[in-house]
Ligand binder design. Structure first.
Ligand code: HEM
Ligand code: NAG
Ligand code: NAG
Ligand code: NAG
Length: 599
């Protein structure tokens, strides 16, 4: 806004000065150019102001109609005002201040309307807040996400349009009795990444590597070991999840992969949103560094075994390509004629799924658990989150000390705390493309506790060719939902580990049960429907497994918080700046801890 004011003031000053200049100076070439320029800029400013006023009026009228219409006619979602055509709401939407767009929007826009529309890079996007509508969209399996997939692969991963088409086959006619390639990819995920027995195999491999990696850490008991939690955890989990999914060869060929990946991860979204090249040159160069390393891995493996990828139905893990799911993917790339560079880029996408979410999620969970164990946080007569969770972890151990993962991932307090981390720290924009006109019910504007409809259902009109966007942040923090279910819970912007329990664990008369009842359409950290995260089952086991192994092996003593620059601070880490839609958000700081091995 201040740039707008500054340019208006500058323009007025220029025009005022020009008005006092005599005619012969005005006609001199530089002054004439300045005169013409200021006229053009002035006209542009007047036009944008007029457009902004016009859009504000449209929004006001839209909002009035939403309160009034009772005849069941579907209405366009009210448009959020903007000043420049095509660019639309992008400047505010693409702010890197976490949740900036939504928090400024709800300062004036009534959330209870259930929807709005925005313009991003020339496209209109219908945005949903209503749990009823969100639930409907997530369940509707006819709504796809082709365009978003293409954006991720072409803009984000730098694969050519032609190769992307070869990979997904969106526009290629399918032969009788055959499935389009993207179905085949979904099937690979279902068969090798979602099924319980495969997830258990992956988890076992992950835990095995994690234990190997920590077996020789901090063994000197007389020494004083200090760590920064996230820095330490990131390497540990990156190695264990990369090796369990992609094999050990990849880290031998690319020892620098963790560093390169997280550099890419920081700016990946600026590529996805298709910002102009000069703005994203750093992101492109980071991506290319990571891709070329991964391409080296493919070349090395190829020199060893040619194109014969080990059978995904053979052994559960092997060093060259790792897990069954990765071998099935590699065979699929081969079948689709994907180039080495293309494979490396798609693998980078896979690493993105694996590493950019589960690692920060584990970090948030560990930070809150360790925070609760600090002596100065203890309340008389009240047990800490740490003590509850240690009990649950110990109850999941076999007699010989190994973990029984299926018991671990059903512990109510661990589950509740994990879901609370994902509620508060996941930022996803579930996207869908509207391919034919449709009306979508927003549900009644009911605010009554009983949930009884107090007004007839309002519908919105969605036009073919527009986008549909379901942002998680407004839904995950909607006070109407999260406070109406359990009115005694803290506000939804606060981390409350027991939010998903039927009763507080401090209440010793009842056993708390984990439950996500009443959160339909208001909680979707893994996206939803057809495009829901295929790694969700593994992610839960990986996060809770890593937490349990770390807490069973080490004892931590809190030293202090550090900020993004590594300086000590007295603030619990906040959110790192990032574009919207980054899935699990990273912390802006870290915990400094003293570590000791347990006996
Ligand atoms: C807490 C951890 C995780 C969260 C919150 C998360 C979240 C998500 C979300 C929101 C999407 C997009 C879904 C949509 O648009 O509807 C996604 C996609 C994906 N995730 Fe995850 N994810 C996590 C962990 C993982 C893990 C551990 C893996 C791999 C083992 C994984 C693999 C993928 C893949 C491959 C996709 C792309 C699917 C496609 O486009 O077909 N994710 N994830
Ligand atoms: C530990 O015990 C479990 C179950 O009792 C068993 O499945 C596992 O193989 C044992 N592991 C070791 C290392 O002894
Ligand atoms: C884990 O515990 C469950 C329930 O007690 C049991 O059925 C299962 O066999 C155990 N798994 C292992 C690997 O010990
Ligand atoms: C933070 O640390 C850097 C060096 O690491 C130092 O230059 C800077 O002054 C510190 N900032 C504060 C606020 O202490």
């Amino acid at each position: 806004m201040s740039t707008v004011y500054a340019s208006v003031v500058a323009l007025v000053a220029v025009r005022a000065t020009l008005a006092f200049l005599p005619a012969h100076i005005l006609s001199s070439p530089p002054i004439a150019v300045l005169n013409a320029l200021s006229t053009i800029v002035g006209c542009a400013l007047i036009l944008s102001a007029a457009l902004y006023l016009f859009n504000t009026l449209r929004c006001k009228i839209g909002l009035r109609n939403f309160g009034k219409r009772r005849d069941g006619k579907a209405l366009q979602p009210p448009p959020i005002p903007y000043a420049i055509p095509w660019i639309g709401n992008s400047p505010s939407f693409l702010s890197t201040k976490p949740h900036h767009f939504w928090s400024t929007l709800f300062e004036w826009y009534p959330r209870a309307v259930g929807a709005c529309s925005i313009v991003l890079g020339g496209r209109m996007a219908n945005v949903l807040f209503s749990p009823v509508a969100i639930q409907h969209v997530i369940q509707d399996r006819t709504l796809g996400r082709e365009e978003f997939n293409i954006d991720v692969v072409v803009n984000g991963l730098g694969i050519s349009k032609e190769e992307c088409e070869r990979f997904y086959g969106y526009n290629t006619p399918v032969k009788e009795g055959e499935h389009p390639p993207h179905h085949e990819q979904d099937k690979i995920n279902v068969d090798y990444l979602l099924k319980a027995e495969k997830v258990n195999e992956l988890t076992a491999e992950f835990i095995k590597i994690l234990k190997e990696r920590i077996s020789d850490q901090f063994t000197d008991r007389s020494a004083n070991h200090e760590i920064e939690l996230y820095k330490w955890l990131r390497t540990l989990m990156f190695d264990a999840s990369t090796i369990s999914l992609l094999g050990s060869k990849v880290l031998e060929v690319c020892p620098d992969l963790e560093h390169l990946f997280f550099q890419f991860d920081q700016d990946m979204l600026s590529l996805f949103f298709g910002l102009p090249g000069w703005l994203v040159s750093k992101a492109v160069s980071n991506r290319e560094k990571a891709v070329s390393q991964l391409a080296n891995w493919h070349k090395v493996v190829r020199d060893q075994i040619g194109t014969k990828v080990p059978d995904p139905n053979g052994m559960s893990w092997e060093p060259l390509y790792g897990s069954r799911v990765n071998r099935a993917r590699q065979i699929f790339y081969e079948k689709r004629g994907v180039s080495i560079r293309g494979r490396a880029a798609l693998d980078l996408g896979m690493i993105f799924g694996i590493s950019s979410n589960a690692i920060p999620a584990t970090n948030w969970l560990l930070m809150y658990v360790l925070e609760s164990a600090r002596p100065e946080r203890q309340k008389p007569g009240e047990r800490s989150l740490y003590s509850f969770i240690m009990d649950e972890i110990k109850a999941s151990q076999n007699e010989n000390g190994t973990l029984n993962i299926s018991i671990l991932i059903n512990q109510p307090i661990l589950l509740s705390a994990l879901h609370e981390v994902l509620r508060l720290y996941v930022d996803v924009l579930v996207g869908r493309t509207i391919t034919q006109d449709m009306a979508l019910a927003l549900g009644a504007h009911s605010t009554s506790k009983s949930g009884a409809p107090s007004e007839p259902t309002q519908s919105i009109q969605l036009n073919s060719g527009t986008l549909l966007m379901v942002p998680s942040y407004p839904a995950h923090t909607n006070p109407d939902v999260w406070q109406s279910v359990y009115p005694h819970h803290p506000q939804p912007d606060v981390f409350y580990p027991y939010r998903f329990l039927t009763s507080s664990p401090h209440d010793t008369t009842t056993k708390p049960v984990f439950s996500t009842a009443h959160t339909t359409g208001s909680y979707f950290p893994f996206g939803g429907g057809k495009t829901m995260c295929p790694g969700r089952n593994f992610a839960k086991q990986e996060i809770l497994g890593a937490l349990a192994v770390v807490l069973l092996t080490f004892e931590f003593e809190f030293i202090g918080y550090v900020d993004a620059k590594g300086n000590t601070t007295d603030k619990f880490p906040g959110l790192r700046d990032t574009l919207p839609g980054s899935a699990v958000m990273a912390a802006s700081g870290d915990f400094k801890l003293k570590v000791k091995r347990r006996d």
